[in-house]
Design a binder for this molecule. Structure first.
Ligand SMILES: [Zn+2]
Length: 105
């Protein structure tokens, strides 16, 4: 799946959707709630220890701002980093993950 690297040409936040325009001329629309609920960072998704146990950080406050997106920043040639209104910005979504979330939607 990653033999041909697809890049992001453009992103736009429209209402409660993140729209992504890919370099292969396809578009993805990902609901912000789905995006946030699948945050891949260590405190949301959990970190595996040496024994394979998954440790998830303390539960985060559920606020309205949790699902509001202030902006996104490209990370290298492989990912995208969203800046959420509640201050969370440690999750880096790979292009593969974004495509998967858009397909599940
Ligand atoms: Zn997170």
């Amino acid at each position: 799946m990653s033999d041909k690297q697809i890049q992001i040409n453009d992103t736009e936040i429209v209402n409660d959707l993140l729209l992504i325009q890919w370099s292969d001329k396809t578009d993805s629309a990902i609901p912000l709630t789905l995006l946030r609920d699948n945050c891949p960072c260590a405190s949301c998704a959990g970190e595996k220890d040496a024994l394979g146990n998954i440790h998830v950080g303390p539960p985060q406050q559920m606020t309205q701002q949790r699902y509001q997106l202030r902006g996104v920043q490209p990370v290298g040639y492989y990912g995208l980093r969203p800046f959420w209104a509640d201050g969370h910005s440690t999750g880096i979504y790979t292009h593969d993950l974004l495509k998967k979330l858009a397909a599940d939607n």
